[in-house]
Write a protein that binds this ligand. Structure first.
Ligand SMILES: Nc1ncnc2c1ncn2[C@@H]1O[C@H](COP(=O)(O)OP(=O)(O)OP(=O)(O)O)[C@@H](O)[C@H]1O
Ligand SMILES: [Mg+2]
Length: 371
């Protein structure tokens, strides 16, 4: 008989990390043997979901180019800088989708170019990437992109409803995002360019996926980005000189996004120790109070130029978590870890392996309960 070793999710030392009732209740009864079996089962289920996604895509392909009359509007899901996202139903197949509306002020030729570039998304099929169904031009002013609907929404909405995430869930998010970024870079030579909590989506099945990556250079150039919002996740080199862009800029944005998930609020303007203390004291499931502060481009620029890189509080987060996030947030891009080395950090390896899809699913469902 094999000896059963418990999975150690507790952290050593004086870290005052608040416990999670949700995580403890699901994970604590799993021993190593059961756990490995469960993870394997979950990997197979995830692969199965991806296969059925491909079946949906090929079924949809039979109806030809998308146009507005094929869809029924259900409700709006949210709005960003460049447009909004709605939940729609593809009438013929009953497929529920998220449809992103992007307003563009450009000529017909450019619309065609963008639609052509977006088609690359049809080949981006991965368990860490939101599936693309198709895109089309709407009147003379919009591109409409239809994609997989994720019923847990984006992680910015999750923390708005539920507050900060437990460190182990942040580890699972880090593992998923690193996997997604690696897939789009290695298989399609695409850099995301807009990593932030609103572009990381989750589902009640426990999936975590990336969306809105910069597949179309023409589209990225045609959308006028507002300074706040997207820019607040930008790396120092990108804030200072926008053309200097590489995967390392995405890695910075990942670090900042994970820090936001850990505190439950955007870490800029910088949080003071007593503010962090207050945030960490909030019981699990409690949103952070809104920070009524105005931030503009100059504030972000000044912070990136004048101050040291932000650091995660080692008082409340474990050494592996701090090591990972602090490494992503090194000011010099060439000092940050490479994409390949990110997956070897203890933080990613440990939580990527120990946190089950079922735990994430339960967590997402709990975060939706308040709605
Ligand atoms: N595939 C999807 N499934 C479910 N909800 C989605 C999906 N895509 C987007 N959303 C929701 O719609 C909201 C708006 O998305 P959108 O991409 O327009 O803006 P954003 O990411 O917040 O900002 P930006 O415009 O700067 O990218 C998101 O915050 C998310 O909650
Ligand atoms: Mg988005």
């Amino acid at each position: 008989m094999s000896r059963k070793k418990p999975i150690n999710l507790t952290l050593p030392g004086p870290i005052r990390r608040p416990p999670s009732i949700i995580i403890d209740s699901i994970q604590k009864n799993l021993d190593t043997d059961d756990h490995e079996k469960k993870k394997q089962e979950e990997r197979e289920q995830q692969e199965e979901r991806l296969r059925s996604q491909l079946t949906v895509q090929s079924k949809l392909g039979k109806y030809g180019e998308f146009n507005d009359s094929m869809f029924e509007l259900d409700r709006e899901l949210g709005a960003g800088n460049g447009g909004s996202v709605e939940r729609v139903v593809h009438k013929e197949t009953g497929t529920i989708m998220a449809r992103k509306l992007i307003h563009l002020d450009t000529n017909e030729e450019m619309f065609k170019k963008i639609l052509l570039e977006l088609n690359i998304l049809k080949d981006c099929n991965h368990k860490r990437v939101v599936a693309f169904y198709g895109s089309y031009q709407y009147q003379r002013s919009q591109i409409r992109i239809c994609m997989e609907y994720m019923d847990g929404g984006s992680l910015d909405k999750v923390i708005t409803r539920f507050g900060k995430l437990h460190e182990s869930i942040i580890g699972a998010v880090a593992a998923a995002v690193v996997e997604g970024m690696t897939y789009i870079k290695k298989e399609h030579d695409i850099i995301h360019r807009d990593i932030k909590p609103s572009n990381i989506l989750c589902s009640t099945q426990g999936d975590i996926k990336l969306c809105d990556f910069g597949v179309s250079g023409q589209l990225v150039n045609s959308i006028v980005q507002s300074f706040v919002g997207t820019r607040s996740y930008m790396s120092p080199e990108r804030i200072i000189a926008d053309h200097q862009y590489g995967v390392s800029s995405d890695i910075w944005s990942l670090g900042l996004s994970l820090m936001e998930l850990g505190y439950g609020t955007h870490p800029f303007p910088r949080l003071k120790p007593d503010e962090i203390e207050e945030l960490m004291r909030l019981p699990e499931g409690t949103p952070a109070p809104q920070r009524a502060v105005h931030v503009d481009f100059i504030d972000i620029l000044a912070d990136r130029v004048e101050n040291d890189a932000p650091k995660l509080s080692s008082e409340f987060f474990g050494p592996d978590c701090c090591e990972f996030i602090d490494a992503c947030l090194r000011k010099e891009p060439d000092q940050r870890p490479t994409l390949d080395s990110l997956s070897n950090f203890n933080f990613v390896k440990h939580y990527g392996e120990t946190i089950t899809v079922q735990t994430i699913a339960t967590y997402v469902k709990k975060s939706l309960n308040g709605e």
